[in-house]
Design a protein around this ligand. Structure first.
Ligand SMILES: [Zn+2]
Length: 105
């Protein structure tokens, strides 16, 4: 049967969720890694590095970066997505979410 139905896409007015597949992910990652986020930097130990993270599930740095730079994205929904993919604190968002399998629930 030939369908003349138009492809209807419904825009629900919702904001986007920040995921590693998002065109802005790289910028988000850099900001969260940088001085406004976890502030990754070389430590005094050879080959070592250090960063700031309260290891707080509220993820204040992630939230701040999303709110400040990505008004098109839904902060709560993005945080929920990160949590589903191992990002339980600010640094875990950097460590775990990018390498997650997007097809995995
Ligand atoms: Zn952490």
């Amino acid at each position: 049967m030939i369908s003349n139905k138009k492809m209807t896409k419904i825009y629900k007015g919702g904001k986007k969720i920040m995921t590693p597949e998002d065109p802005q992910w790289e910028r988000f990652y850099e900001l969260l890694e940088g001085p406004e986020g976890c502030n990754f930097h070389k430590a005094d130990v050879p080959g070592g590095y250090a960063w700031t993270c309260d290891c707080d599930v509220k993820r204040p740095l992630t939230r701040k970066v999303l709110e400040k730079y990505f008004p098109t994205h839904d902060v709560e929904a993005s945080l929920a997505f990160f949590e589903q993919h191992g990002g339980y604190c600010d640094c875990e968002v950097l460590f775990n979410v990018e390498n997650c399998d997007p097809d995995e629930d």
